[in-house]
Design a protein around this ligand. Structure first.
Ligand code: ADP
Length: 324
């Protein structure tokens, strides 16, 4: 039976709203970037998190790897509550939870050569034997489709795809168990995207990695994920395995997302693509988050927040009118 490597429960994160003062001297308003997200990721599994930009995907990912602190909720990794750990207690786990960003270049030291960047990561993690470090660096470069030839280059001398490969190498080199991939191919040409996605799938199988793959791109999410969570305005609105989601999407938001994709094999169920923007979830927000854009919204949706519940085995949906 597959084992949960990571489980997050009722995660919440609030940020002060930019330009959100109540009058000139009034109290500052806040917005919920993440509002009660619960999910698990099994060992060796890829969980895809999809939704429009600004719905809280990155914040969720950053909380999981410890880059952002949640206001409430728990992050259980291998049975341990890592959200409650001190920095010192969390340090040994840091290399097991890694993150790859959309723009890896900005996270790399531009004055260091590729080999030195990777070598330094190993040195920081107390690998003292320099010959062993060099061997590991070269092995990792080969794993991500780079070679010895790239060892002495500077990051700005690499192509966009190669930079993302280097970003993946930086995450891989210290042997993580879970990598949060935050839009890692979104800035690349489609042909390069496919190469990197194929590489990630192979690496995952070879190294038995778990991935939390974040993207706004339905096609990318469909290709890479075993299970998918659809997020809207800080909350999950639907979650199931990839085949079921694309065969039988249930939540109106999922259907409108699919309707926006010009692919005849992705079913939007006759729905129209969404117009307008997501509202902001401020403290006084009530009811269903999707109600302002939902064609079926009723008075109940304005007043009551729908529970995110299992409507079929392994298929969770947050809508008053589904599965009843
Ligand atoms: P996504 O990854 O889905 O695009 P994010 O998690 O980046 O969404 O952002 C969710 C919301 O939280 C957005 O409205 C964003 O502006 C806000 N947000 C994210 N980080 C911060 C921050 N450090 N300070 C203030 N607001 C933030």
């Amino acid at each position: 039976m597959s084992r949960h490597l990571l489980e997050i429960k009722d995660l919440k994160k609030i940020y002060p709203l930019r330009n959100g003062k109540n009058g000139f001297f009034g109290p500052k308003k806040h917005m919920s970037a993440v509002d009660g997200v619960s999910l698990y990721i099994n060992e060796g599994e890829t969980y895809g998190l999809v939704g429009e930009s600004g719905c809280g995907k990155s914040t969720t990912g950053r909380i999981i790897v410890g880059l952002t602190k949640a206001d409430s909720g728990t992050v259980i990794y291998e049975g341990k509550d890592i959200g409650a750990m001190s920095e010192k207690e969390f340090r040994p786990l840091r290399n097991e939870l890694q993150m790859v960003f959309q723009n890896s270049l900005s996270a790399l030291n531009p004055r260091r050569r590729v080999g030195d960047i990777l070598d330094e990561i190993l040195a920081v993690h107390q690998m003292t034997d320099s010959a062993a470090r060099r061997e590991r660096v070269l092995d990792t470069l080969r794993k991500v489709g780079l070679s010895e030839e790239h060892y002495f280059r500077f990051p700005h001398e690499l192509s966009g795809g190669q930079v993302q490969r280097l970003g993946i190498a930086s995450a891989l080199i210290i042997g993580p168990k879970l990598i949060v991939c935050d839009e890692p191919v979104s800035a690349l040409d489609v042909s390069i995207q496919a190469q990197i996605l194929n590489m990630l799938v192979e690496l995952q199988r070879e190294l038995d990695l778990s991935l939390l793959f974040i993207s706004h791109d339905i096609g990318v999410i469909r290709f890479i994920s075993d299970r998918i969570g659809v997020m809207y305005l800080g909350s999950l609105v639907e979650e199931t395995d990839t085949e079921t989601l694309f065969d039988k999407p249930l939540h109106p938001y999922t259907k409108t997302l699919f309707a926006a994709v010009p692919d005849p094999y992705i079913k939007g169920g006759g729905f129209r693509a969404l117009e307008g923007e997501q509202p902001v979830r401020t403290e006084d927000f009530s009811g269903c988050a999707f109600r302002s854009r939902c064609p079926y919204a009723t008075e109940k949706c304005e007043k009551e927040k729908p529970e995110f519940r299992e409507v079929e085995p392994g298929h969770r949906v947050a809508c008053h009118y589904i599965g009843k």
